[in-house]
Design a protein around this ligand. Structure first.
Ligand code: SF4
Length: 261
């Protein structure tokens, strides 16, 4: 895909990100990330009828309090962040514009009542809110895994958001929209992916300062091969920290780089 896209389209994408951002640093981030969201140009003129989709498949939920449950994954294309540990970098650019009705039909075709909308960054998709609302209306339980850089209230109330808080080790700490901490609903969860002991201490101090555990489920996850689960379990226990150790179950069941599982 070439780099040529209309100024109008870029302005719409950046304005969308800006509307969902609350700080100057995020606005700066959005502007700096123009190249990152360039694949969105594939939706040009079709923002109200299509979604940019990387893959839709059925598997086992690997993370959060829903780990172990059969789940359908709707993975969207493109992300405005570049976390150091990202294991779905293929979703930055790979994918195609799929008409909305086909997305809805495929997601609901597996006979599985739990559906996660993920990415990439799903909140960049203009139709994500409609998709979530339509799935809820059809009786599905809907999860949305999001980076924490965009306003989660874009999603309907019934959606269970798994909201990342980016640590210094992620390289994307400046992208955090901390306003999301006030927007969390009781069924939402927050997730920290930890790259080191320093990341752990940063996250621990934030949890305590914000009393996050009193408002929501807090997940502490290891950046794969960077923090050992046994070490993280020990740190949590030593600090008597009221958080939940979150392992990426799918990476223990299947080869860590295997896709579509
Ligand atoms: S927010 Fe998620 S998809 Fe985007 S770069 Fe970070 S880990 Fe990857």
């Amino acid at each position: 895909m070439g780099p040529e896209y209309s100024a109008g389209f870029v302005i719409r994408v950046l304005w969308f990100v800006f509307r969902k951002s609350r700080t100057t640093s995020q606005w700066h981030n959005a502007v700096m990330n123009e190249e990152r969201v360039a694949p969105m140009q594939a939706l040009k003129g079709r923002e109200g009828t299509h979604m940019l989709i990387n893959e839709i498949y059925a598997s086992i939920q690997g993370e959060s309090t829903h780990a172990g449950r059969p789940c359908v994954f709707v993975r969207t294309t493109t992300c405005n962040l570049r976390c150091t540990y990202c294991d779905t970098a293929y979703a930055f650019t790979q994918g195609e514009a799929v008409d909305y009705e086909s997305v809805l039909a495929k997601a609901t075709s597996f006979g599985i009542k739990l559906i996660e909308i993920t990415g990439g960054e799903p909140l960049l998709q203009p139709l994500v809110s409609r998709l979530a609302r339509d799935l809820l209306a059809r009786g599905f339980e809907v999860l949305c895994e999001t980076s924490g850089a965009l306003d989660i209230t874009l999603l309907p109330e019934g959606v269970k958001s798994i909201v990342d808080i980016k640590t210094p080790g992620s390289g994307e700490e400046a992208a955090n929209d901390y306003g999301n901490l006030k927007r969390l609903r009781p069924h939402d969860e927050v997730k920290f992916v930890l790259c080191s002991r320093a990341d752990y201490e940063w996250a621990r101090d934030l949890v305590r300062r914000e009393k996050l555990h009193e408002r929501t489920t807090v997940l502490f996850s290891c950046a794969f091969k960077q923090v050992e689960p046994a070490d993280l379990a020990r740190w949590i226990n030593e600090d008597r920290l009221p958080v939940r150790l979150n392992l990426q179950l799918h990476k223990y069941i299947w080869p860590p780089t295997k896709r579509g599982v």
